[in-house]
Design a protein around this ligand. Structure first.
Ligand SMILES: NC(=O)c1ccc[n+]([C@@H]2O[C@H](COP(=O)([O-])OP(=O)(O)OC[C@H]3O[C@@H](n4cnc5c(N)ncnc54)[C@H](OP(=O)(O)O)[C@@H]3O)[C@@H](O)[C@H]2O)c1
Length: 231
């Protein structure tokens, strides 16, 4: 049986991003979605992974309007003005590793902790965007040490939370999802404009997977195509 109720209310975390904005548009135009709220670094309330206390504050503030049947977290970084993904061992450095873990792992983990309280215990889904390159088993090319490690650690946190929530909230599914290569700010330095597809298409594909999820799918790493990816 499908887990996402009809009607449902949705929350997009990182709604200022390319994929986050596409989810906002898609859900705003979905007649079954009776309300969609977006939060990001400059929204009110705001969520900023450089400021971990903002995560709990944001959840507390939004909790007054809960529950939500769908929460999608799209926050993530791959590069910055100061560094690009590492190509070789000699590129590994503490600052980059710590930054990627802060934004791609610790922020999303605290988001799961605080925003899980906003999920409808009668039936709801929390999706966190991960990346296929975070799959340890699928790692064939190497490189991108900090991004791969931060998403692999994120995957472990999602899987672990899903096991706990099977006991505490059996009608909730918590999953990791790979959006595919999408033309966005994040992919731009890596020929994203040439090889990435539009974020609108990615959001449509991912929502098709989301709306068919069942409780038994909790703790799964899905690709946008519906394929189950190895952790
Ligand atoms: N694009 C791809 O090909 C691809 C492939 C695999 C996985 N993904 C994953 O998909 C997700 C979305 O990526 P995207 O392509 O949409 O990237 P994007 O356009 O760069 O969006 C990234 C989002 O993360 C937010 N963000 C960055 N640092 C933050 C911080 N310190 N605190 C709070 N928010 C912060 C950005 O907020 P601001 O607007 O304030 O900067 C923005 O909302 C990421 O998790 C990424 O790892 C993307």
């Amino acid at each position: 049986m499908k887990l996402l109720p009809n009607p449902f209310r949705a929350l997009v975390i990182g709604s200022s991003g390319t994929i986050g904005s596409a989810f906002m548009d898609l859900l705003t135009n979905n007649p079954n979605c009776t309300g969609v709220v977006g939060v990001h670094r400059r929204s009110n309330p705001f969520i900023d992974y450089q400021n971990p206390s903002s995560i709990e504050d944001c959840a507390t503030s939004l909790g007054r309007d809960g529950p939500y049947q769908l929460i999608i977290n799209t926050i993530g970084v791959l590069h910055s003005d100061d560094w690009m993904p590492e190509k070789k061992l000699d590129d590994i450095n503490a600052d980059q590793l710590m930054e990627l873990l802060k934004i791609n792992t610790i922020g999303p983990a605290l988001t799961i902790r605080h925003f899980a309280k906003l999920l409808d215990p009668r039936g709801s889904i929390m999706v966190t965007l991960s990346a296929k390159v975070g799959s340890i088993e699928d790692n064939r090319l190497g490189g991108w040490y900090s991004y791969r490690a931060s998403k692999a650690a994120l995957n472990m946190l999602i899987k672990t939370a899903s096991i706990e929530m099977t006991r505490t909230k059996p009608q909730v599914a918590i999953i990791a999802m790979h959006p595919g290569t999408v033309n966005s700010r994040l992919s731009k330095p890596f020929r994203g404009e040439q090889i990435g597809r539009p974020a609108q298409d990615a959001a449509v594909d991912m929502f098709k997977v989301i709306e068919h999820l069942q409780t038994s799918d909790t703790g799964t790493f899905f690709s946008y195509s519906g394929e189950k990816l190895p952790w």
